[in-house]
Design a protein around this ligand. Structure first.
Ligand code: UD1
Length: 429
């Protein structure tokens, strides 16, 4: 298994191109199942999760074509993928495929909406607490699907098609909102989604669905209204920038010091996290090309943070922020309200010398003068990258094992950090 070796202590200086968002690309690719025309997606990141989803879609009969490079494109230009779900040959998503990535469960919505049936394995994914699908199922039921749980599979049936309805989420769920949207666009009649997730990735999916002929209003607000249409057509859509990758590199610079321009991204995607970064003492400057992050000299101020659905502080940046706080001049409290078991990075950060105590749903981080490199183990996607950030700021050598988690969500991580002066390399094997 590959490892990443970092020799810490170097500040980051230069520019980092931000990739298309994994969490937008996945539902957009799944939306290709809604039409028998071709859906073209540009700015798709090169990630293991994208490859895994292509395999899952391929199993349903979706053809894909990854376009070759065009003049002027660099290795940092995202991929263009054309997806064609002209003929669906199989409405089952098997355990072997779905268990590798939780978001693949969402195929259930377009399959039942377009074909009247779907049989999808209960999902797997990052080990960050129980992540049920009860609300996703509830949404489908509200739109008229009959649901049966059969030997680890969720079977959804709507032989006469779905019908519009009211979906009220008792808790904000990104996946639930994606599923409700994809089911409602082909349902007969009007659907009202209440307490919808407001994440930018939801807005991006809604924008793409609208290009495909869907009638959606209110995406990005708590109430989304969908007027069902009989069929959708092909479209071309550019995946929005990855706000979690943006925030991750911003935190890396805030921790190591230096001056980095994060290109092809914009601050509206993560206002709250950027404000918090500013409070820690980093300069956050919006430019026409992206977001510039700078910290020179001054120390890191401790800031308390609570994760929340968008527009709050993202749970997907909690681990990275904790890494930053391990070197703060004082004590900070980080509360996790979205996932109950998302503190697995704590014990690994402690191996680097961090002082962190868990207190219910919060971590209390007492900043230390310095971290010291050590071998550590990646446990999930965001936790892994928090160890990279800590390693960049630690004295000496840090080796991160099990980096396949990183490959699921961070495109060209070593190259992007390396060109800004980080001493980071991948050891194959
Ligand atoms: C998505 C993101 C993930 C992010 C998370 C929260 C993708 C591919 N993944 O995951 O990176 O960390 O949003 O921003 O976009 N819940 C239920 N029942 C359900 C569904 C969810 O109780 O049926 C709970 C979850 O356990 C969790 C909360 O709702 O406590 C939010 O989860 P949700 O927003 O659905 O996360 P995902 O869509 O899986």
């Amino acid at each position: 298994m590959d490892r990443i070796r970092i020799t810490g202590g170097a500040p980051l200086n230069g520019s980092i191109p931000i990739s298309g968002a994994k969490n937008a690309a996945l539902p957009l690719m799944i939306a290709s199942l809604l039409t028998d025309d071709t859906l073209e997606l540009t700015n798709v990141p090169r990630l293991a999760d994208i490859q895994a989803l292509l395999r899952i879609l391929g199993n349903h009969g979706v053809d894909h074509l990854v376009a070759g490079k065009r003049p002027g494109q660099t290795s940092e230009t995202g991929q263009t993928i054309r997806l064609s779900a002209r003929t669906i040959i199989d409405t089952t998503a098997p355990y072997e495929l779905v268990s590798t990535m939780r978001a693949s469960f969402w195929v259930i919505a377009p399959l039942v909406a377009r074909l009247g049936e779907a049989r999808v394995s209960m999902p797997g994914g990052c080990a960050i607490g129980t992540r049920p699908v009860d609300l996703l199922i509830m949404a489908l039921e509200r739109l008229g699907a009959d649901i049966e749980i059969d030997r680890g599979y969720v079977v959804a049936r709507a032989p006469k098609g779905l019908r519009g309805g009211e979906v009220i989420f008792p808790k904000v769920t990104v996946g639930g909102t994606h599923v409700a949207l994809m089911a409602a666009v082909l349902a007969n009649g009007t659907t009202v989604i209440e307490n919808a997730a407001r994440e930018p990735e939801i807005v991006d999916l809604a924008a793409c669905l609208a290009k495909m002929g869907a009638k959606i209003s209110g995406a990005g607000s708590k109430q989304v209204v969908v007027e069902g249409v009989p069929r959708l057509h092909g479209a071309s859509h550019e995946v929005l920038p990855d706000r979690i990758e943006t925030g991750t590199y911003a935190m890396a610079v805030a921790m190591t010091g230096g001056d980095v321009l994060l290109e092809n991204t914009h601050p509206d995607l993560l206002r709250n996290a950027l404000e918090v970064l500013g409070e820690t003492g980093a300069d956050v400057i919006s430019t026409n090309e992206g977001i510039r992050i700078r910290r020179n000299g001054g120390g890191i101020a401790p800031v308390d943070v609570t994760t929340d659905p968008f527009p709050g502080f993202p749970t997907d940046l909690q681990a990275q922020f904790m890494a930053l706080m391990t070197r703060a001049k004082g004590t900070s409290r980080i509360r996790e309200t979205i996932f109950e078991n998302r503190f697995m990075h704590v014990q690994e950060l402690a191996r680097l010398g961090a002082h962190i105590r868990l207190d219910g749903d919060a971590a209390v981080v007492e900043g230390v003068e310095k971290l010291k490199g050590a071998p550590v183990m990646a446990t999930d996607l965001r936790a892994s990258v928090s160890l990279v950030i800590a390693g960049l700021a630690a004295e000496g050598e840090t080796t991160i094992n099990r980096v396949y988690h990183l490959d699921r969500g961070f495109e060209a991580l070593e190259a992007k950090l390396g060109r800004c002066g980080a001493r980071i390399e991948r050891i194959r094997g």
